[in-house]
Structure formats: C-alpha cells, structure tokens
Design a protein. Structure first.
Length: 616
C-alpha cells in the first residue's frame, strides 16, 4: 500500500527511533563540550571560551600567592588581603565592570591594553615583576599601591625598586617611609586632575592609617598630597622639616612606555576607614578605576582660563586711615584687591574712604556696620550690620558693593539669609574643608579663606619679617599648585600699619614680577559663576573624542579652557567644531599625555560639540 505522500509505510515506523538517536547524539555533544570547558576552568580562572559582549568591561585582579605567603610568614595573616580582593570585586560589579581574578602565572596571558589591579601586593617574584613591566610596555593599565613588590616570593627584601622602576620616583636618603602613626593625617587633591569627580572641590579628607607609608619625591605635582588641617602647607617630617609638595604626594598617575599607571602610597583599607569622608573615598576609588580602564579623562580649568588665583584683601577697621596705604599699594603695582570696610568708620573717615574708592584696582566691600557679633542677633541688628552697611558704602563710594566679610568670620543661616536678601553676591569666610569656592544658594558664593592671615603672623608667632614673607610665598605656592585660591587677609592695624607694610609691598612686588593671577572678590565671583554654568562631557568614538560643551551663561565666555588627559593613546590631533566661526586652540604635552584646549569665545546659551581625533 502506498500513502498519498509516496513515503513507504515501513519507514514511518523507523522515524521515531532515528529522531531519538539524533537527540541523544546532540545531548552527548553538548555534554562533552560542557565538561571540556569545566575541566579547563579548573586549571585557570580565566574563562577564555566565554562569549565576549561589547558591553563587558573586564578588569583583572591579581591574587598573589607570594603575597599571601608573605602575610602569613610575618604573622599578619591572609584574611585582610583576601577581603580586599572580594571588596574590590564588589565595587567593580556594582559599577558595571566584570572582575576577573587571576594568578601570578596568568599575567602574561592578559590581553594587551587591559587593566590590572595589584592591591597591597607586597611580595612578587622577580619573574612576575618582569611580566608586569612587559604588560605595561604593550599598552596595559596598572593600578598598584603601598609597599608593592617590596619582597620576592622567598621573603628577600627588594625595597621600592619596582615602584621606582615604573614611576621614576626618587626617595629621601635619610628614610624611606613617613611616620604617620602619631599624628592626624589629612590629604587634599589637585582640582585640575583626571580624578575630577572626587577632586573638583579640592576637599580635605582625613587619611586613616595604621602603617607607615612609603616616602617618594616626584618630578611632577602629585594628584593628591598630604596637608595640614588648614590646607596651607604639607606636614612636617620626623626631623621637623617641612615637606615640599613634590615630597608629600600620596597618589600619582603617569606612563611607562605605551602603558599607563596609577599609584597610591597608602594601604587599600584607607578607602574604607574614614566615616566622615566615605563618599569622597568611594568617588576617588571609582575615579581611579574609570581612568585606568578608559585611559582618558577631562576637566575644566577651575578659573575659566587660569589654573589658580591669588586674592588679597584688607579688613579696614581700626586705624582706618591706613586704607590709603593699601589702596596706594594696589595702584602702584596695578594688582586688583578688595577692602572690606566697616561702614561707620567709613562715615567718620569720609575723605580717605572716598579718595581710596576712586582707585579702579580697589574693590569696596562690607565688613559690617560696626564690627560686632552677628550670630544669634535680632533681625533689626542684622539689618543694620548687613543691609544698611551696604547702603552706606555704596552711597559714599558711588560704587556697587557685592562682597561681605563677617566680623570674626562667623556666619549662620540667618546671616546668610540677610546677605542674600540684601543683594550680596559673595562672602569671604573662615577656613573651610575645601580649596574651591562654593554657592550657599543660587546667588551667594562662599570664598574659603585658605592662607594664614596677618593676625596669626603678628599676634600668635614671633616670626621675623623675612620669615613671614618666606612663609607667605611657600603657602601661596602650595595652595596654587593644587589649583586653589590663595587668600591673604590683612588689617589696617597690622600689615598696612606703618613699616609693617614693607612685607606686604614685598609680596606685591613678587606677584608682579612672577606674573601671578591676582583677582578681587567681584572678579572671582564672576569667574566662579561662569565655571559652574558650563557643563562638560566626553565620549569616545572609533577614532575621535567627542567633547560636548554647554554654556548656560547669558553672556559670552572668553577663552574657556579644559584639559584632556589621554594616557592610553599615542597622539592627539587638531580639534574642530561643527559650528563655523568657533576658534579652538590646542597645546599638547606629549610626554605627560594631556592637552590643554581653549575655545576663544563660547556663545551664551549654546551647546557645541568638539571633535578631537586621536591615534591609539
């Protein structure tokens, strides 16, 4: 019998058996492949057969047997080291990365231009050190820290040779580690830095340490440095000598041949030991990871086209007549300054005040009406001290007053309310925990006083004029090296009184000769307002960086400048914009692998894209 489809009937009965055999064969093939992969994975932590997604961002973490052995040998144990590895894995997972833990002998198997973390890897065989150097030579990114490779697998002491080989650091001949156990330790970042999320405010943070940290001297300014509480200088060493900024670093970045590195001198636990600054350290760790993986970063110049500023002001109060000395000094050297005047004394010394207010280099600002306490006072008193003082100074000088310096540098919420409602735009306050100015609200800017004032010099120390001048210069160099605003506050009865003004005149002369960026309070307010109203973003295309610049200001911004760090790339070419007429200038620093880019004129309420070609 023949069926309609012409298939013999006996073959129909064979079909189920053939199908079963086929399915069994497929299953056995799948099982064989699966077992082969699992067997291979028993010998390596790297799943090279796993499908690679374009979105997958692998970062390799070394689990060093030599380091584990060393920690056990010296009685510390491996627990904390293994905890560190698990912690960084969790951080990576939470932020879109795929952590891959590898063994020492697998370093040479890593893909070129990948990223490797050596967390507290205090012991590494010399052969493994060479493999890491080769990895860097071929364009890899390395994050390492603390006493990295200070011994080999046998416990033989190697010192800081591995760290110095990569970073080209030098150390002090007298000692190799800074003793940090017996004092409070603070750190502060550079504002203009590839670690922009954590560094943009120049925030001071405590650094929790239970170990001495390696001491190094670098040829470049560190990305993060040790500081005193007041942010005015590096700390003293154990010989009671003030460290220079190049000697006080704790975090740096750089290049080793084709590769890039990020090194921090403190142990990994410090990232998780500060309760008050936990957010700062979270952002810093993520900044480090992102920069190492991407190999590029972008940051605005903090003062539009300048890296730093100097702000000199006078509290014009007792001995009010010495305002003319301060005014004459600013006019002589053509340096912009600010006089914070007590209004009732300005009324009593009208001729001196009016004459000084005609000086275009001198800004007039308020230091209250009668130089009295402002905290917890009545509304009537605050109105007089804040609002009325402004009206008096404006009437006498015929100039707009937008700055205020509170007596004894004290403000509270009520003072801030009166300053805002009275039309002030900035306040010079006491020392804060950051270098960069910030807005209390939409209109009122705080300029932190970062710099020792003349009262501390003359009333609290026995320093000579020469020593005072030298200390002023050292503080200014330190603060401006970190892109902060160095503030020198003087008084009519101290630095501008009689021959005390010699020290101030000497400083003015130094600023003029060395072409330092000096600005008054109003100028600083306008610059910082522009800064906060410009947004910057960067994306990487196939052969180009695309930088998006959004100017939210209502006026043109002249000479807006930003820095592009490109440590994983070999060359940056001339940038261009989609808009004709936008002039863009670039200055490349090929050795350091960053570029400073200037937009000649940034139109108001405009977003522009800048294309920056690169070579990998």
């Amino acid at each position: 019998m023949i069926l309609k489809n012409n298939v013999p009937q006996k073959n129909i009965f064979l079909f189920p058996y053939i199908l079963k055999i086929f399915l069994i064969a497929i299953f056995l093939l799948f099982l064989s492949s699966y077992l082969t992969i699992k067997i291979f994975q028993n010998f390596t932590d790297i799943n090279v057969f796993a499908p690679i997604s374009k979105k997958e961002k692998k970062i390799y973490i070394l689990k060093s047997n030599s380091t584990i052995k060393r920690f056990n040998d010296i009685g510390v144990g491996e627990k904390n080291y293994l905890w560190n590895i698990e912690t960084i894995k969790n951080v990576l997972n939470k932020n879109g990365y795929k952590p891959v833990v590898i063994k020492e002998n697998e370093i040479k198997k890593m893909p070129e231009k990948s990223t490797l973390l050596l967390i507290d890897a205090i012991s590494l065989p010399k052969k493994i050190q060479k493999n890491i150097l080769k990895f860097l030579e071929n364009g890899g990114s390395l994050i390492f820290n603390f006493n990295c490779a200070y011994s080999d697998e046998k416990g033989n002491f190697l010192g800081d040779n591995f760290v110095k080989k990569i970073t080209n650091f030098k150390n002090n001949k007298k000692y190799s580690h800074l003793n940090t156990k017996n004092s409070d330790i603070f750190i502060v970042p550079k504002i203009l830095s590839p670690f922009h999320n954590s560094s943009k405010n120049g925030k001071r943070a405590d650094l929790v340490l239970y170990d001495n940290i390696p001491y190094f001297k670098s040829s470049s300014i560190p990305d993060i440095t040790l500081t005193n509480w007041s942010l005015t200088s590096p700390p003293l060493d154990q010989f009671n000598k003030r460290l220079s900024i190049n000697e006080s670093g704790v975090l740096w970045h750089g290049n080793y041949k084709k590769g890039m590195w990020i090194y921090f001198s403190f142990p990994f636990y410090s990232f998780f030991s500060s309760k008050e600054n936990s957010n700062y350290y979270d952002n810093l760790l993520l900044d480090i990871i992102n920069f190492a993986y991407n190999g590029y970063s972008i940051a605005k110049f903090p003062y539009i086209d300048k890296k730093d500023l100097v702000f000199i002001s006078e509290d014009t109060e007792y001995k009010f007549e010495n305002l003319k000395n301060f005014s004459n000094l600013s006019k002589k050297y053509k340096l912009y300054t600010t006089a914070f005047c007590v209004a009732n004394l300005a009324e009593k010394n009208r001729d001196i005040f009016i004459q000084s207010s005609k000086n275009i280099y001198l800004e007039i600002a308020s230091h209250s009406y009668s130089h009295t306490n402002l905290l917890n006072e009545s509304e009537k008193k605050l109105e007089k001290e804040i609002k009325y003082s402004k009206e008096i100074l404006e009437k006498l000088s015929k100039r707009k007053v937008i700055g205020f310096r509170p007596p004894r540098e004290e403000v509270d919420k009520n003072v801030i309310k009166w300053l805002t409602n009275s039309g002030y735009r900035y306040v010079l306050e006491k020392n804060k925990d950051q270098l960069f100015p910030f807005f209390y609200n939409d209109t009122l800017l705080t300029i932190p006083r970062v710099g020792t004032d003349d009262y501390a010099y003359m009333a609290e120390t026995d320093m000579t004029k020469k020593e005072i001048f030298e200390n002023i210069i050292e503080e200014m160099k330190f603060i401006t090296s970190l892109n902060g605003i160095y503030t020198l506050s003087v008084h009519t009865h101290l630095f501008t009184y009689k021959d005390n003004i010699i020290t101030l005149a000497k400083f003015f002369n130094y600023l003029k000769i060395n072409k330092k960026n000096v600005a008054n309070g109003e100028q600083i307010y306008n610059i910082i307002k522009q800064f906060y109203n410009i947004n910057l973003d960067i994306k990487k295309a196939e052969k180009n960086f695309i930088v998006t610049v959004s100017n939210l200001n209502t006026k043109d911004v002249e000479n807006f400048k930003f820095r592009l760090y490109w440590n994983k790339f070999s060359k940056i070419k001339k940038p261009y914009s989609q808009f004709s007429g936008i002039k863009i200038y670039i200055k490349n620093f090929n050795k350091e692998r960053y570029s400073d880019i200037t937009i000649k004129k940034l139109p108001p309420k405009t977003t522009i894209n800048i294309t920056i070609p690169f070579e990998s």
